[in-house]
Design a protein around this ligand. Structure first.
Ligand SMILES: [Zn+2]
Length: 468
């Protein structure tokens, strides 16, 4: 078992995970008020693949990603759609599961929902009121920030720079500006509510994660993750709630950077949207995953046509590597491959493939450095392509790619997805030709060419021919 180290947002230090304990990971999931965008897919992919890597190293690992299905934005979006908010949230949760399923990186071990956690939330709020850390006011309950001396330790902000981002109507019910809501009384136009000792209402956002994390992983657990936009106020408030209630809470805080489209933070509220489903339709699963791991998880990740085309090209280079190494007659699959990944001979001991595989794993163990790990893959691919023969290279590349969710590249029989993307592009090209938009039709043909297809315009119609 390799030592795995993660940069902890709270201490700023690099922390080694304890191999003697289950690695419980709680990563904040989406608020389901619309279909998710590619920015939401980043934490989903990063934490899913990190958990996969830890398991491969022998760490007992449990990944929990919640679904926030009670929220102001859900009420607003449901109303705009002319639907009840409960049915709307349920439909959006199903859409989220469908979209993230398509990423092909598996599902978290648990996906608790706020609507199924209300009882536990009411209980924790009761404890916080009893111990003086929270107070009821006009049917709402607020956390008394001044009662928790550690407040601000995660985000390192000065109190004057802190803004809870809560609706202005709540200000008059708070003792102090910095206090934040734990429970909100039902407002006009809200069509769901739950009974509580403070009247009918619903949980505020932050408290659900304190409760779900403890319920799924215990009062103390290894890693709390999420996007860097959640450091304040969401995670700061989770710490305040849980520690005030006597729970040690997360030992390490792991935050992923934002996906940036043209320098602006990609968020639905800013109207700068690129839906995950659209990106998957357009570029295919493998290119989307390759894009999402192309930068170090803590750094911001630029998003645009250029970055996606680069990801498509990288994926194609890997696909070609398998085609070339396994020979054109195999359809990409060698006898060795047909026996399945487990049947492949391991890289020869002490050889270059084994050395690269080791460096790949070491990069992932070092604060989950996926770009450095992928550089090892491409170095080995280049070496194998230049050499007449490099025994074990195919198996090593296959193993490396499987660890980062790209194993289908080495197992074409598992995928068939590339053909789907190509077929869709062909339809788009036909539509462009029918509309006499020949520039666009040519552009799509070029894209198909770069994916390894030839478009033949035959008398009976166009045909897509894979180039071997
Ligand atoms: Zn959360």
């Amino acid at each position: 078992m390799r030592e795995v180290r993660i940069r902890d947002t709270l201490s700023g230090a690099v922390q080694a995970l304890d191999p003697g304990h289950e690695v419980g990971i709680y990563a904040c999931g989406p608020t389901v008020y619309s279909r998710i965008h590619i920015g939401n897919a980043r934490p989903f992919v990063v934490f899913s693949l990190f958990a996969r890597f830890l398991r491969s190293e022998g760490y007992a690992t449990r990944l929990v990603v919640n679904v926030t299905d009670i929220n102001d934005k859900i009420y607003a979006a449901a109303k705009a759609a002319g639907e009840g908010s409960a049915a709307f949230a349920e439909a959006m949760t199903a859409a989220y599961v469908e979209d993230t399923d398509r990423l092909g990186v598996g599902r978290p071990d648990a996906e608790p929902k706020a609507t199924e956690t209300v009882e536990g939330i009411v209980e924790l709020i009761g404890q916080l009121i009893e111990s003086g850390h929270a107070y009821e006011s006009g049917g709402d309950v607020y956390f008394r920030v001044r009662s928790f001396p550690g407040y601000g330790k995660l985000s390192n902000r000065r109190p004057e720079d802190m803004d809870q981002g809560e609706e202005s109507g709540s200000a008059s019910r708070k003792e102090e500006r910095l206090d934040f809501a734990l429970w909100k009384s039902t407002k006009e136009g809200e069509d769901t509510s739950w009974e509580s000792p403070w009247g009918a209402g619903r949980p505020a956002w932050h408290i659900e994660c304190s409760v779900m994390a403890e319920r799924e992983l215990g009062a103390s657990f290894a890693i709390h993750g999420g996007g860097s936009d959640l450091v304040f106020p969401h995670h700061e408030n989770e710490i305040a709630q849980s520690e005030s209630a006597g729970r040690p809470f997360a030992r390490v805080w792991m935050h992923n950077g934002m996906v940036d489209a043209g320098g602006e933070k990609m968020s639905k509220s800013e109207g700068n949207i690129f839906q995950l489903g659209e990106a998957l339709d357009r570029y295919g699963r493998e290119a989307v995953v390759a894009y999402l791991i192309s930068g170090h998880y803590r750094q911001p990740l630029a998003f645009g046509e250029l970055q996606m085309e680069e990801a498509v090209a990288r994926v194609e280079r890997l696909r070609n590597f398998f085609r070339t190494q396994r020979g054109p007659d195999s359809g990409g699959a060698s006898a060795e491959q047909q026996r399945g990944r487990s049947g492949e001979s391991p890289p020869e001991s002490g050889g270059e493939p084994e050395r690269r595989l080791e460096a790949f794993r070491e990069a992932l163990a070092d604060d989950f450095n996926t770009p450095r790990a992928m550089a090892e893959v491409f170095e080995l691919v280049g070496e194998a392509n230049r050499a007449d023969e490099l025994p074990g290279a195919v198996a090593a590349v296959d193993q490396m790619l499987d660890l980062v969710g790209l194993g289908t590249l080495g197992s074409p029989d598992e995928g068939g997805e590339e053909d789907e993307v190509a077929a869709r592009l062909m339809e788009e090209r036909e539509a462009a030709r029918a509309a006499r938009d020949f520039a666009k039709a040519d552009e799509i043909r070029d894209e198909l060419t770069s994916m390894g297809y030839e478009v033949r315009d035959l008398a009976e119609g166009p045909r897509l021919v894979p180039k071997s």
